[in-house]
Design a protein around this ligand. Structure first.
Ligand code: G3H
Ligand code: 13P
Ligand code: ZN
Length: 338
């Protein structure tokens, strides 16, 4: 099955009231883990690559690994999405390579750290929407800024200063025509999101409710949505890691979001922790092992488990075969008609 446009997946998810996890990939094992989880749970899925991932893998390796996934799992609808595109050029190169969806993160300047202005964001995002929709490719925009711990996709602040303004969100979606909108509600990327289980004072779920009320037909996206489970922190630390005590986004909060217009949920850190915990365990318990398959295999299995749990929790499980996938050509016609 060819890769499918994200817009179709999110429209389907909205019609049936579920969310779709978007999982980051950087290598073959991560792609395999996601695809095996999708198969096991019969889930449609969004696979996303950051700029760093594209650089790490080299675009051509990434592309052919994704083609292999599409060939080997014909029953699964797969979206290939550019995570945090920092400029129209990055989005253009992703589209040329065959991505079926791009994020233009115009909430930040091209350095990926400095908050931009609203007008700048509208300008670059509209430019990408025009370029992408002409080719049937879906677009995610972002309004408001995430905290982000020096990962190049955030302001480095607490995440509270730049929460999405619901009125601006309406104007942004009207002026840009994005298919999906990432909203800032106090989360940040990475493991260190909250110092205690988050309550309303740090995780502004009410913004989602407000924005959804005003934009009932716009698909909302939650970034920085790893739950950073204590078991994974403990596993990494038990085998010599040094993760400081921390809290992520509780699954129950994400489920409230899904009831209120959230359709795409970005998860990377939980997968990283699962992989690291499994590798550390092999290294600590079997120091005589040196065949990479003996630690990358368990790492892949550990990531598959996390992805599969999230797919069930977000509600996408069981929906793989619900719809006939649309092509980018079909999507071009869809956008032209609007
Ligand atoms: O947006 C953040 C994702 O976790 C990707 O992170 O830029 O380190 O690949 P990365
Ligand atoms: P986490 O760091 O919480 O997994 O967030 C990932 C993300 O938002 C990717 O865009
Ligand atoms: Zn993100």
């Amino acid at each position: 099955m060819p890769l499918v446009p994200m817009r179709q997946l999110l429209d389907e998810a909205a019609a049936k009231g579920y969310g779709v996890g978007a999982f980051n990939v950087n290598n073959m094992e991560q792609i395999q883990a996601i695809m095996e989880a999708a198969k096991e749970t019969a889930s449609p899925v969004i696979v996303q690559a950051s700029r760093g991932a594209r650089k790490y893998t080299n675009d051509r390796f990434l592309y052919h690994l994704m083609m292999a996934a599409a060939e080997l799992y014909p029953e699964i609808s797969i979206v290939l999405h550019q995570d945090h595109g920092n400029s129209p050029e990055t989005c253009k190169s992703a589209i040329e390579m065959g991505f079926t969806s791009v994020m233009m993160d115009g909430s930040l300047m091209p350095d990926g750290k400095t908050p931009s202005t609203f007008e700048y964001n509208v300008k670059v995002t509209s430019e990408v929407v025009k370029m992408a929709h002409d080719k049937g490719v879906s677009v995610e925009g972002e309004l408001g800024c995430l905290g982000g711990i020096e990962d190049g996709h955030g302001t480095g602040g607490s995440g509270q200063e730049h929460l999405t303004d619901p009125d601006q969100a309406v104007e942004f979606v009207e002026r840009t025509g994005v298919d999906a909108l990432a909203v800032a509600i106090g989360t940040s990327h990475g493991a260190y999101k909250f110092s205690k289980k988050p309550d309303k004072s740090v995780l502004a779920m009410d913004r989602i409710l407000e924005i959804h009320k005003r934009l009932p037909n716009c698909h909302l996206v939650m970034h920085g949505s790893s739950s950073v489970p204590k078991e994974l922190q403990d596993l990494v630390n038990k085998y010599g890691g040094k993760i400081k005590p921390t809290f992520g986004v509780p699954i129950e909060e994400i489920q409230i979001g899904i009831k209120n217009g959230v359709r795409k949920i970005n998860v990377d850190t939980d997968c990283r922790l699962a992989i690291t915990g499994a590798i550390r365990q092999v290294f600590a318990e079997s120091p005589e092992k040196f065949d990479p398959r003996e630690y990358l295999g368990p790492a892949r299995e550990a990531m598959k488990k996390v992805v599969s749990e999230r797919m069930k929790a977000f509600g996408q499980a069981g929906h793989a075969g619900d719809f006939k996938p649309m092509s980018l050509e079909d999507m071009k016609k869809f956008y032209k008609k609007r």
